[in-house]
Every structure is written in C-alpha cells, then in structure tokens.
Design a protein around this ligand. Structure first.
Ligand code: ZN
Ligand code: ZN
Length: 186
C-alpha cells in the first residue's frame, strides 16, 4: 500500500505515457513501479518524454487505460499467441488431437503444430473427437506460422488485395457509361 501511495505522488496521468515502437525485447524496470516490464518487440508503453523508460502493463492499465486498451487490441489482433496463417495472417483455429495442439486455417487448408499438452480440454474429449479433427486436417499443408506483427500485417494486406482483385474479376467489365440507355432494352 505504501508503494501505491508513492506512485500516486509521482503524479503520472494518461498524458504522461505514449505508445512507441520497441525494437529490442527487454526486462528493464517500469518507470512507475520499478517492477520488470518484459517488453516484446513491437508497440509498447513508455514515458512520453524524450526517453525510452518503459512502463509495465499493470501501471499502463491503471494510469492510461485508453492507451493500454489500444495496445491490448493491437496484440489480440496482430500477435496471436499461437501464430497466424502465412497466407492470410489470421489466427488459426485450434485442433486438439489427444494431447497435441494443432492450429489450422481452413480457408487455406494449412496447419501448424503449436505444442503438446497446452490445454487440459483433451482430458474430457473422446477418440471420436480426435478422429473427426484428424479427418478435417487430412491433406492440409503443414506450415510455419507467422508470429511477428509486421509479417502478419503484410500477409493480411496481401490477402485483402487478392480478395479485392478476385471480387473485381467476378464482377466483370464495367458497363460503358456512354452507351445509350435505350440499348439496354433492345
Ligand atoms: Zn509498473
Ligand atoms: Zn489462411
């Protein structure tokens, strides 16, 4: 509790912080509370002034909830814990087979192995569950998932462009505007 009061006296408010791009993972102490920060490469919270003093997630949530929520939304979207499909950058769908944890993108028919015994759900599952999933994954290409936000953003942009071009191709050529409207009925 003394620490809480000490922090309050420092007077850090939402405007004391900003999100900056961190280019090296570090465990430097938090500028507010002194605890380790465990920062990853990518957007992270720092003091706003011209420095690279990091701020931990707990202090961020307490003192700059909007910035902390932005950062969290970014992470949920672009740093999926178990990686993303290399074709479209979307997080995979979990497919547990016995203890093993696979993730798949059913649109691109790819799969990747994420580890073994990551969740306890398998204890309540049956052989039939696993067989059904194994059948779904049959023929899927095994790939290396994307983990880095920049790679994920790039993959999504590529995929969106591809979708857009496909849609345009499906629509066919645009009708010429100079055509006499009467032609339509002839
Ligand atoms: Zn802190
Ligand atoms: Zn995909």
């Amino acid at each position: 509790m003394t620490r809480e009061r000490g922090e309050a006296q420092k007077g850090y408010g939402p405007q004391s912080f900003s999100i900056k791009y961190n280019n090296a993972a570090t465990n430097d102490p938090c500028a507010v509370c002194g605890e380790g920060t465990d920062l990853r490469v990518g957007p992270e919270l720092f003091l706003r002034k011209d420095s690279w003093e990091p701020v931990c997630y707990r202090c961020g949530r307490e003192r700059a909830p909007v910035l902390a929520a932005c950062l969290q939304a970014f992470r949920d979207e672009y740093e999926p814990r178990f990686g993303a499909c290399p074709e479209c950058g979307r997080p995979g769908e979990h497919m547990g087979i016995h203890k093993t944890n696979w993730f798949v993108c059913s649109v691109h028919e790819v799969c990747w192995f994420a580890g073994s015994g990551l969740f306890s759900a398998w204890l309540k599952e049956t052989e039939e569950d696993w067989e059904l999933r194994a059948r779904t994954m049959y023929g899927y290409r095994e790939v290396e998932p994307l983990h880095h936000p920049e790679a994920i953003v790039a993959a999504r942009r590529r995929d969106e462009e591809l979708q857009h071009r496909k849609l345009m191709a499906d629509l066919g050529p645009r009708p010429r505007e100079t055509e006499d409207p009467a032609d339509i009925y002839s």
